[in-house]
Design a protein. Structure first.
Length: 131
């Protein structure tokens, strides 16, 4: 049997019934301050689209550039496409992500892998002739 996720002793169903102010008391100080300051205009429009997706009236995926939005209990179970500078990364919101920022799960820097050096990179590579 899988262990049920709890955040400070509260299960996900209890967290969904809480207000944002009550939920803010359960998360770390940085995220709590972000929630108590209120949402920006872009975050408000994203929350409207998330509520539409929860009700099932939204057909298209939820895409956003708001990487600084704290993950709330009403987002659990949704797939949100977060922009990472070049493209959108689909993120399935799990209960363990509550209280984190959306941007933490769409990394902006990829792994750099270099191939062999090009012609002229060194004196022995056969490009430019040494004198």
């Amino acid at each position: 049997m899988a262990k049920e996720f709890k955040l400070r002793g509260k299960i996900v169903e209890e967290l969904k019934q809480m207000s944002i102010k009550d939920f803010a008391k359960l998360i770390p100080a940085r995220q709590r301050r972000s929630l108590t300051k209120g949402f920006t205009a872009a975050q408000k429009s994203l929350m409207v689209r998330i509520k539409e997706a929860n009700q099932g009236s939204r057909k298209k995926p939820v895409k956003t550039h708001c990487r600084d939005l704290v993950i709330l209990p009403e987002m659990v179970g949704l797939t949100i496409h977060v922009h990472r500078g070049k493209d959108f990364v689909p993120i399935m919101i799990m209960p363990e992500m509550l209280g984190h920022y959306l941007g933490e799960f769409s990394l902006t820097r990829g792994k750099v892998s270099h191939s062999a050096p090009g012609v002229g990179a060194t004196k022995s590579s056969g490009g430019a002739k040494a004198k």
